[in-house]
Write a protein that binds this ligand. Structure first.
Ligand code: NDP
Length: 340
């Protein structure tokens, strides 16, 4: 199901206190969109918008944007009728369970922008709360710029717990307020959001990275230069154009823009490829790593080790930078005077 503006009303939010926990990537964009929607709405009592953020540059931005902010999570939680939980996923369980949940009204609606913590049951809700997901499929800057240019953006919506019996009209009002129903908000679930998002991140894109890395290595062994490889494979921006055309024309239809040699090679090659290993690997990622929670457990454990996620990421980057592809690209970029 898709939900459009005509399916929604802002009335369930009239006069309510809407608290944003986190004014970062998503928090800022969604809070600004919500404020503008109510500014332009007629005959609806304005909600009160509260921003809670730690003392950092985002907090200063909240002030510049005319909101003001508090660093008192508990006080912000206590007055919320609707609470957007928009701090990074790995921060949410500790902050929510210890400082926010104990202060929340029994009928408050908690809004998440990602299925992760709800699907893995890392957040302790009471059964009287509404739990809603409003999850844009893009970064906050685009959520804001598409809203400003009066266009929609893809966004998942779901009701995970209907504590008040009124969670759906409220969820749709929230989607409308943040501009997500202009192009049709997509009915989904935290399970589906977590599965699709984590599968893309842990199966699709790692496969693409590995394909480029191994392809680069082989062609280098076969005598190709770094310049030729880097330009052929991505510096020309051809892959970016292919994905742009896939969105505009269709994933397969975009092939018609290529030469006959290329079209034949791509269609025949993908048809004849032995994908049995890929199927097995993808199943492992989808079932064991994502649905059964092995990745979430590993990620939580990494967060708790000395150095946390930042330390783990630093090591992963160091390893990746050693690949033939990364070393070759660095040489080319230095020679061309490009950013390294
Ligand atoms: P941000 O990384 O922008 O962080 C939001 C705010 O939380 C920042 O002020 C950040 O501060 C602060 N913060 C970081 N650590 C702590 C902490 N320990 N205690 C308190 N505040 C902290 O978050 P996002 O907007 O990226 O993510 C919010 C939600 O939106 C997540 O659920 C995410 O999955 C979801 N989402 C994100 C998208 C994206 O493109 N980013 C897209 C769609 C959904 P500082 O940065 O200064 O540390």
């Amino acid at each position: 199901r898709l939900f459009y503006d005509t399916d929604c009303s802002l009335e369930p939010l009239a006069g309510k206190t809407i608290t944003f926990i986190g004014y970062g990537n998503q928090g800022r964009a969604q809070a600004l969109n919500l404020r503008d929607t109510f500014k332009n709405a007629q005959n609806v009592t304005q909600p009160k918008i509260v921003i809670a953020n730690q003392e950092d540059s985002y907090a200063k931005t909240a002030e510049q944007d005319g909101f003001g902010y508090t660093t008192d999570w508990a006080a912000a939680a206590a007055e919320a009728d609707v609470l957007f939980l928009l701090v990074p996923d790995q921060i949410q369980p500790d902050l929510f369970n210890n400082q926010i949940a104990p202060k929340l009204k029994k009928t408050a609606c908690i809004v998440v922008a990602s299925g992760y913590n709800v699907f893995y049951k890392y957040l302790n809700f009471t059964s009287s709360n509404d739990i809603v997901m409003v999850a844009p499929r893009m970064v906050g800057a685009s959520v804001r710029s598409l809203y400003e240019s009066k266009q929609g953006y893809p966004c998942f919506v779901s009701v995970e717990q209907d504590g008040t019996g009124q969670a759906w009209p409220l969820a749709l009002a929230l989607c409308m307020a943040v501009g997500a129903t202009k192009g049709g908000a997509i009915e989904s679930s935290c399970r589906e959001e977590a599965l699709t998002d984590l599968f893309a991140e842990q199966a699709i894109w790692p496969t693409v990275i590995a394909v480029f890395r191994e392809g680069y290595k082989l062609l280098k062994e076969l005598g190709c230069s770094d310049e030729a490889l880097v330009h052929e494979m991505w510096l020309s921006k051809e892959p970016a154009e292919i994905f742009e055309s896939a969105a505009d024309l269709g994933f397969i239809k975009q092939l018609v823009g290529h030469s006959s040699v290329s079209q034949y090679g791509q269609l025949k090659g993908s048809q004849e490829m032995d994908v049995s290993w890929l199927k097995k690997h993808f199943e492992h990622v989808a079932k064991e790593r994502v649905l059964e929670g092995a990745f979430a457990e590993e990620f939580t454990a990494a967060e708790q080790k000395p150095g946390g996620i930042d330390g783990a990421l630093k090591k992963l980057y160091q390893e990746a930078e050693k690949s033939e592809l990364a070393v070759g690209e660095k040489r080319v970029r230095e020679r061309l005077g490009l950013k390294t």
